[in-house]
Design a binder for this molecule. Structure first.
Ligand code: HSE
Length: 438
């Protein structure tokens, strides 16, 4: 029988993920100890309400409401409280007491990441956060370690399960946005306030974390462009499928050349986008997540799986626990967060992408030519046009034009759309969607 050194583990938060972490740690402790080379003793679970119902249940003797006292006795602290405070204060306390910290808190990392990483570096502690993006999906460690020898150029992520579930139900069953959201909420996918999901805020936090890691640059949350799915209509989703696309809420992080210089910058954005049906991300259904990574040498990689769920996310937390324990056994300062590239963080106006614009226009001679000229005048090159005669307007025949563009800047597109809106031949702009993954 091998005698292991014992490491004391404190768990902050007894919610869905926390309860599953406690249960799995108590159940598989010996196996994890063999992998870590150290015993992992759960010394307590800090909760707000000792009497709350938990599933799975946590032994009563492990529960405490005194998180600060629990932290002081721990070698490794797992923070699964969520939100900014008291999580930030407790994580800083844990770091400053010399503990390694494991967190699944995307809001905390996206908002206060640099402060926490600096604090950890000062004392030689480690901060692990595999569970913060993509639940069970290993994506943090692949970006930080496996791809450390490569240069990532782009990430396209479906990183919010609730919105993927909603858009998928609209696409596959013709459900309305409202019905699909109600189902997602009933199934427990949505955040307590679903605005975080449907507004794209949850995905923006994850985009900031992925972009920072992939491009070795601090990407602040407020530099992530964000649009949610609230404006997406069933008509758009159905028209997209007919045209060979599916609508997904994407987190896009890119390394972009800065025009007129030899420099590169980073951009991160979240918005609904059309994805060709043959792209691997188009096969991501229901509440599943996937992160599609493009790297110079590795080419394209896709990481797919459960983006949420208590037991699933606990898997990522326990993986971090084994890594943290191994470092305690081996010693040494650990890996500091890599921000060496320090690239410029670019605004959305610097991004170029393709667009699909659907217009209802008056069906008269010269209209198509006038619209094509308008695109040209604003520096947007048209790639495809399809027209169908749809009916009669007040006085004239109307047609629907679906225009696909070559890559254009956001600013060129915005001025094109503005000009279209005030053009007499345009009855209405039905939809403007970005196209990704071509
Ligand atoms: N509400 C989130 C989602 C949970 O729908 O993906 C995981 O962060």
């Amino acid at each position: 029988m091998i005698e292991y050194r014992n490491l004391k583990v404190a768990l902050l938060g007894g919610g869905n993920v926390g309860a599953n972490v406690a249960a799995l740690l108590l159940e598989h402790g010996d196996e994890l100890a063999s992998r870590a080379g150290a015993g992992l003793e759960l010394i307590g679970v800090a909760v707000r309400d000792l009497d709350a119902e938990r599933s799975p249940s946590i032994p009563r003797e492990l529960l405490t409401t005194d998180a600060e006292a629990l932290i002081l006795g721990a070698d490794i602290v797992i923070e699964l409280i969520g939100g900014l405070e008291p999580a930030r204060t407790l994580v800083l306390k844990a770091i400053n007491s010399g503990a390694d910290v494991i967190t699944g808190n995307k809001a905390l990392l996206a908002t206060h990441g640099p402060e926490l990483f600096d604090a950890a570096e000062q004392v030689g502690a480690q901060l692990y956060y595999e569970a913060a993006v993509g639940g069970a999906i290993p994506i943090i460690r692949p970006l930080r370690d496996s791809l450390a020898g490569d240069r990532v150029t782009r990430i396209l992520g479906i990183v919010n399960g609730t919105t993927n579930y909603i858009l998928d139900l609209m696409d596959t069953e013709g459900a309305s946005m409202e019905d699909a959201l109600a189902k997602a909420t009933a199934l427990g996918y949505a955040e307590a306030d679903p605005t975080a999901d449907v507004g794209g805020y949850d995905a923006a936090q994850k985009a900031a974390i992925l972009a920072s890691l992939a491009f070795h640059t601090t990407v602040p949350l407020d530099s992530v462009y964000r649009e949610g799915i609230t404006e997406v209509t069933l008509e758009q989703v159905q028209a997209a499928r007919k045209a060979g696309y599916v609508v997904k809420l994407l987190a896009v992080a890119e390394r972009l050349a800065i025009p007129g210089t030899s420099e590169f910058g980073v951009s991160a954005r979240v918005h609904p986008a059309l994805i060709p049906l043959e792209h691997p991300l188009a096969t991501v259904h229901q509440a599943k997540n996937a992160v599609f990574v493009e790297a110079e040498a590795a080419g394209s990689l896709m990481f797919y799986g459960a983006g949420a769920g208590g037991k699933e996310t606990a898997s990522a937390v326990l993986g971090d626990l084994v890594s943290a324990a191994r470092r305690h056994v081996v010693g040494g300062p650990g890996v500091a967060e890599s921000t060496h590239a320090n690239l410029a963080v670019l605004p959305m106006s610097a991004v170029t992408t393709r667009y699909q614009i659907t217009l209802t226009v008056v069906d008269e001679p010269g209209v198509l030519a006038a619209i094509a000229t308008l695109f040209a005048e604003h520096g947007v090159s048209v790639e495809t046009v399809s027209q169908s005669v749809t009916g009669h307007g007040d006085e004239s025949l109307t047609a629907t034009l679906v225009i696909g563009t070559h890559a254009a800047t956001e600013s060129s597109l915005a001025s094109t759309v503005e000009a279209l809106a005030s053009n007499a031949a345009v009855s209405s702009i039905e939809s403007v969607l970005r196209v990704e993954g071509l």
